[in-house]
Each structure stands twice: as C-alpha cells, then as structure tokens.
Ligand binder design. Structure first.
Ligand code: FES
Length: 95
C-alpha cells in the first residue's frame, strides 16, 4: 500500500475514509455520520464527551464486543456496526 492510498473502514457496510492515527469517532464525524444507531435505554449512540466517559459512542467492531469510538483508532478494513443490533426474528424464534 502506498502512503497516498486512502484508508477505509466500513460503517454498516458503507466505506468511510480515515487518516492514519484518527479515531473511529473522528472519521465518522468527518463523514457526516453522527447517528451511531441503537444504544442502551432506547437512545441513539452518538459522539458526546470524547474522553471515554459517557459510553454514548459504543460501536461493535467485526461483530465483537463494543468499543468506545472516541478512543479507538480506526484500522484499515474494520467492519463497524451499532453496538446494539436489532434482534433477529426468524420463523417465530428470536435470537
Ligand atoms: S463520546 Fe463519550 S465515551 Fe465516547
């Protein structure tokens, strides 16, 4: 990869460019993506304190445990989604 190659991660399958050393939250904000989806208490996730205290910016990375978007450095190819995924209901069975 050349130094001028664009870096991207994916937010809900949408490619989002970022700069080396940039946090996930900073890249999402720069891309105009401020709604981070479903969050605890029926609220929507968002960037708020920027220091890891409020937990409003939790996102799931590669379908794993949530991380604070404001503290986590973006990495090439990571796949991000809202921390709380809608429950799947298939054939009358929820998961
Ligand atoms: S914005 Fe508050 S923890 Fe990330």
């Amino acid at each position: 990869m050349s130094e001028t190659a664009a870096l991207h991660f994916y937010w809900c399958s949408q490619p989002v460019p970022f700069r080396a050393g940039e946090t996930i939250a900073a890249a999402l904000q720069r891309a105009g993506l401020s709604d981070l989806g479903a969050a605890v208490g029926g609220l929507h996730g968002r960037y708020f304190c920027g220091i890891g205290t409020c937990q409003a910016c939790l996102v799931s990375v590669n379908d794993a445990s949530p991380v604070e978007a404001c503290l986590t450095l973006a990495q090439e190819g990571m796949r991000l989604s809202p921390a709380l995924q809608p429950r799947r209901v298939e054939a009358g069975v929820s998961s």
